[in-house]
Design a protein around this ligand. Sequence first.
Ligand code: HEC
Length: 435
Amino acid sequence: MSRHLMLLLLVVVPAGVVDPARAEDIERDPIHYSAAPVHNAISRLQQRMEAGEVSLPYDEHFGYLPGLLSAMKVSDTSQMLVFSKTSMQRQCITARTPRAVYFNDDNYVGYCQDGAVLEILSVDPQLGAVFYTLDQEKADKPHLKRQDDTCLICHASSQNQGIPGQVVRSLYADAEGFPLLNLGGYRTDQTSPIKQRWGGWYVTGTTGKQRHMGNLIAHGKHDPAELDDMAIPNVTDLSRWLRPSDYLTGHSDVVALMVLEHQTEMHNRITRANYLTRIALFDESEMNKALGQPTAPRSDLTTRRIKSACEPLVEYMLFSGETQLTDKVQGTSGFAEQFAKQGPRDGRGRSLRDLDLTTRLFAYPCSYLIYSESFDALPEAAKDYVMRRLWEVLSGKDQSKEFAHLSAADRRAILEILRATKKDLPKYWQTPAAG
Ligand code: HEC
């Protein structure tokens, strides 16, 4: 490992180095992260390429990027540009040549100008984040190569209990993309205050009076107050910093960034609920076998382990602790419209993908990933827990402070949307809600 990478790992990604005391063993029974069969968008694409049903076109400028995005149905309106050297292919990343990231509900793609590979993260319903690279050199048979350790060194952080997942960071970086570590940094999700977001990222769009750390190329020694004054919040054109034609679009859309920040941690929590529930059930069945009681009822310990695996998911999917917006947010790339258009919608035209962008991210704060394959693939015990808890909150029975941000009208609207759009709801969801 190069000295530089060591430094980055030690300082930039302090929580990226897995602390063995907090880390789950992802190769243990019943997970087997590296050996278990995969069933995700990339493994399906690879099969179709091998069967000759799809071929990836090669573009002289962008290599396999446009072909891959279109095969995976990832829109280029999701483009976001990050110039901190906090990821792989650091040598290609500077403020003039940021890395581009694209995403849809289940897939994320990283592209660097002159990068040797495209970096791909595909969410697998059983394994969570699974990593691949695609060589950017023109080939007769392009091959999507599974990667583990090279990526997990940063993508299985102790904050995620050593479980493979996504990361979004915010820190100050200079023109070369080097993070200014003395100024600190943040890990970003939907609870992060706007003023701590997007350090090291370009941001196109307007946030009104809300300041953020985006579009700020730091240099030398600053004190943080001076940096706050330097930040440029309402930018709709990046051409003063880079050549937009070097990218598929000239945008680094603020709404795409905010949806990404919701979605990445949501995926992480779905994966944690999946792994930790499966492990709890496995441990219990091993214990029961050892005690010669193979059909013993579920123990209190296992019930508690399932609860602690799943309650954080319930809170996050209902946007507990979400940062409140104080001014309107508007993007530039058309991402917001395209995202909302996907639905599904109820009889009154409402969708969990409808954006609010004035006081909060979504009009109906319940994650659209409830429709995802990974949510549906949660072990039954985890899904039973999550659906029961969602019902308790949405029906008004649970009035605890974690969910106080949801008004009676919010709860009713989400419940009605889910009744109309979510398949296989438990029967008790059809009884009339209180309140
Ligand atoms: C040195 C740490 C590091 C390594 C190694 C690394 N990544 Fe990342 N990756 C990051 C960080 C940090 C981000 C968040 C964006 C940023 O700061 O550039 C990220 C973001 C991503 C994203 C966008 C989705 C997300 O999680 O935000 C993809 C896709 C991705 N990486 C793929 C890969 C693949 C594939 C590999 C291995 C071949 C890999 N990464 C190796 C640090 C790393």
